[in-house]
Design a protein around this ligand. Structure first.
Ligand SMILES: Cc1ncc(COP(=O)(O)O)c(C=O)c1O
Length: 388
């Protein structure tokens, strides 16, 4: 069977796929249909952060699948209840709404913000940031301040206004009687690995307090250990009112969550929001196993290895004529080039290392959180080779 041909014939052509059919994966590694192995230095787009097919995650999925695959949200189920409890215990939140993707988690956040403003007499504007990425559904797309993603899809929902990352004055100028919330990725992923500064997030928190705005962090890509802390907001020491998660939460299973304090979560009552598969028992069981794997020890490994990786990369490209900047935090690192990144991605893949390129010229690394030192050294050897 020609997997690539079948895919190209019958699946919407919405992804520019690499010429690689992945057949199995384990830990930090994936294998293609010819048996060639690759270090997944991209963690399946920040999804398989705890590693591919981790035995405890697979066991949890198997056990739950044998018991109950689906019940519907008209009934109570144990995995979702336990997962919500764990997420709340380990965060600022009191309550969780479960959905299936990052976009949906953000849609819920947007509806919370709208409801919050509505209760205050009709405020509806949400401040978002240049270069942000919040997803592809129409609300999340409108919040995504990158015009190239909007082209041909208008009219988009109104009420999103765009400020500049790390520029408090640009935010202050936009706050008015219509503003209800601020939505931000603490570190922009798709936008090219740009981190918010701590003072900036602190300033947003002050604005939110002064004007009764919801401060909403999109941690879909940067949460769950990737920044060397369980949540990105722990890295900054600044608590949001609403936080969204997806990608790494299910260890490969589709599950997303919108976390909020009780005061804000209760803005949505029965019938105000919903999704058929949200909190699916098998996905929730997988996520519970993922949370167990996200131990303080693993997360410390990200801090230590992340610093090592950043320094090693900076040394590696110190005199490279096509490198503009190396930046990032923890295991979310980008190398901005002055030339297109695609040939580097291909060269790395040929040598057994999966990386990606965002914005056309930012090589992006999202390594597995439990990466060993020898795996890190392998990645550095390949990167040295392709960046020479
Ligand atoms: C920060 C952020 N938010 C939201 C999304 C959308 O998530 P999904 O593709 O699961 O809808 C992404 C996806 O890359 C993301 O990086």
């Amino acid at each position: 069977m020609d997997i690539k041909k079948l895919t190209d014939q019958h699946i919407f052509n919405t992804y520019k796929r690499y010429p690689l059919a992945i057949q199995r994966a384990k830990g930090s590694w994936v294998w293609d249909d010819h048996g060639k192995k690759y270090l997944d230095f991209f963690s399946g787009l920040a999804v398989s952060g705890v590693g591919h097919a981790m035995p405890s995650v697979v066991a949890a999925i198997r056990a739950q699948a044998g018991k109950l695959l689906h019940a519907s949200n008209l009934y109570y189920t144990e995995p979702a209840a336990r997962l919500a409890e764990q997420l709340c215990k380990r965060s600022f939140a009191d309550k969780v709404f479960f959905s299936n993707s990052g976009s949906e988690a953000n849609e819920c956040a947007i509806k919370l913000a709208r409801r919050h403003g509505w209760k205050q007499g009709g405020r509806h504007e949400i401040i978002v940031f240049e270069n942000s990425f919040h997803g592809r559904t129409l609300g999340a797309l409108a919040a995504t301040a990158q015009p190239k993603f909007h082209e041909g899809f208008g009219p988009l929902p109104e009420g999103f206004v765009v400020a500049k990352l790390n520029d408090l004055r640009s935010v202050e100028r936009l706050i008015n009687a219509k503003t209800t919330a601020i939505l931000i990725e603490p570190i922009q992923g798709e936008g090219g690995i740009y981190a918010a500064r701590k003072e900036f997030l602190g300033g947003l928190k002050n604005f939110a307090r002064q004007s009764d705005l919801l401060l909403m962090f999109d941690e879909v890509q940067c949460g769950l250990g990737r920044m060397g802390h369980l949540f990105a907001y722990h890295y900054y020491g600044i608590e949001p009112d609403v936080l969204t998660l997806a990608k790494g939460l299910g260890g490969g299973m589709p599950i997303a969550a919108t976390l909020a304090t009780a005061k804000h979560a209760d803005l949505l009552g029965p019938g105000d929001h919903g999704t058929t598969f949200g909190g699916n028992p098998v996905c929730a069981a997988a996520a519970l196993a993922v949370l167990k794997l996200l131990t303080p020890r693993l997360i410390k490994n990200v801090q230590a290895q992340g610093d090592l990786l950043l320094e090693a990369l900076r040394n590696l490209v110190a005199n490279h004529e096509s490198v503009k900047e190396v930046r990032g935090v923890g295991f979310m690192i980008g190398i901005e080039l002055t030339v297109p990144g695609a040939p580097f991605v291909q060269a790395a893949r040929e040598q057994g290392l999966l990386i990606n390129c965002t914005q056309g010229n930012v090589l992006r690394f999202l390594p597995p959180l439990a990466m060993s030192n020898s795996e890190l050294q392998f990645a550095l050897r390949v990167l040295k080779c392709i960046l020479q």
